[in-house]
Design a protein around this ligand. Structure first.
Ligand code: EPU
Length: 427
């Protein structure tokens, strides 16, 4: 299990290029199961989760070739296997993305039910509700979701849940609807840019989808989809993480391959607390030169402030000049980083799904434990500015979602090292 050893104090400077989006790339890889012929996806980041998806697609009869330049070619050779086994699904929750494509294309799917994870309970009831509404018969056998549908039929589906829309649920139903008979309307669909990227891929493959990016997506079923070439969008969460890295170190960095339209709520919050964010010559300059102001923020589905940047923003607000309130409205238990930041001298009090952060003058380096992908990134950010040495254990979480994280930080002047600590535990 590798560790990161971070010596705080360096102000980040220089240029960083954002990788392709993990959360767009994974569902698009799964959607390649719907297509005849080869699909080529470019800009896919080299991440542990992408390797997991590659292995899963191979289990399901696809030939997958990953080029060193981030292009992934996928072609289905054998449609006889439709079982996503627990061993794969437990390593990566996004394995659930194969459910809709398998059901639509192979008329049946068996996908292990994902369990909970460090950010809380992660039900898939809305995915199943959507597929059932289209005529699938779904049961649970030995911990697996078993779905059968000789012919999916288009219908109107309301996909809203207690915490709003569902991203991968929208993806699954949208994929299934591409080959269904007739028209499917998804109401309360997720509006995230990653859903739009998937819809763009499917449309390029021959699907008839309109409205992606709005809460109402209309899909007219077609006979078949043909593999196509598709570049994935830049990773908005990685971009937001580097913006906060610049801000927390009072640095000045230039970010390339970033789409600011996908980050409106984040830019708005950063500017409100005193961070400068400017577009210039195709890149975005982020800098801050003084102690930041506190703020209140609530995570929301897109275009609201993303839950995937909540932990990183918390690290930043730990050092603001006053009290901030951070409310988590997507995953109310996503607060594992609070206690770890406390070990570094942060003053955070949790009340239900809100964390009250009282700004302190400094953080102090400490050994801390990464619990999930974004919480781990938040601890690295805190380490960049803490006095002394911070050791972040279990960085395999970061490797699931940030391509070359420490190398990119090193290039910006951070003092960060990866230390080999033995095998990664099975989770
Ligand atoms: N929900 C239900 N029932 C469902 C599905 C979801 O109640 O059937 C609830 C969830 O418990 C949660 C809310 O709806 O309270 C939203 O969950 P959503 O389904 O949108 O999450 P997801 O699709 O499983 C994706 C990202 C997450 C990101 C969330 C929210 C991928 C692979 N994962 O998960 O990314 O936090 O959307 O934006 O795209 C990450 O990258 O670190 C990460 C966790």
């Amino acid at each position: 299990m590798d560790k990161f050893v971070v010596k705080g104090g360096a102000r980040l400077r220089g240029e960083v290029t954002i990788s392709g989006s993990k959360n767009a790339g994974l569902p698009i890889m799964a959607a390649a199961l719907l297509c005849e012929g080869p699909t080529v996806i470019s800009g896919v980041p080299k991440l542990a989760d992408v390797s997991h998806m590659t292995d899963l697609l191979a289990d399901l009869g696809a030939e997958v070739r990953c080029d060193p330049d981030g292009r992934i070619a996928i072609e289905v050779r054998d449609e006889s296997r439709s079982h996503a086994e627990y061993e794969r699904v437990r390593k990566m929750r996004a394995s659930i993305c194969v459910l809709g494509p398998l059901l639509a294309k192979r008329k049946k799917a068996r996908v292990a039910m994902p369990g909970g994870c460090a950010i809380g309970s992660r039900p898939v009831n809305l995915h199943l509700r959507g597929l059932r509404a289209m005529g699938a018969e779904i049961s649970l056998e030995g911990g697996d979701i078993v779905a059968v549908a000789p012919m999916l039929k288009g219908t109107s589906i309301f996909l809203g849940g207690p915490y709003g829309s569902t991203v991968l649920g929208t993806d699954n139903v949208m994929c299934a609807a591409t080959l269904a008979q007739g028209r499917t309307i998804i109401e309360s669909a997720a509006c995230e840019p990653e859903v739009v990227d998937l819809a763009n891929f499917l449309n390029a493959a021959g699907a008839k989808i309109s409205g992606a990016g709005s809460p109402r997506i209309v899909i007219d079923g077609v006979e078949q989809l043909m593999g196509t070439d598709h570049p994935v969008i830049p990773d908005r969460i990685e971009a937001g993480t580097f913006m906060i890295a610049a801000a927390i170190t009072n640095g000045h960095i230039s970010i390339r391959n970033i789409n600011l339209d996908h980050l409106m709520a984040v830019v708005d919050k950063l500017r409100e607390v005193g961070v400068d964010v400017e577009s210039a010559n195709g890149s975005v300059e982020v800098s801050s030169a003084r102690r930041l102001e506190p703020t209140d923020v609530t995570t929301q589905p897109y275009p609201g402030f993303p839950t995937d940047l909540q932990a990183q923003l918390m690290s930043l607000l730990c050092l603001a000049d006053g009290n901030s309130a951070i409310s988590e409205r997507i995953f109310p238990d996503r607060f594992m980083h609070v206690a770890e930041l406390g070990r570094m001298g942060a003053d955070i009090r949790k009340e239900g799904y809100t964390a009250i952060v009282t700004g302190v003058k400094k953080l102090i380096g400490a050994p801390v434990m990464a619990s999930d992908l974004r919480a781990s990134a938040a601890l690295v950010l805190a380490g960049l500015v803490a006095e002394g040495i911070t050791t972040i254990n279990r960085v395999y979480h970061i490797d699931r979602g940030y391509e070359s994280f420490e190398k990119k930080l090193l290039a910006l002047g951070a003092d960060i090292q990866r230390v080999d600590g033995g095998a990664v535990p099975a989770e």
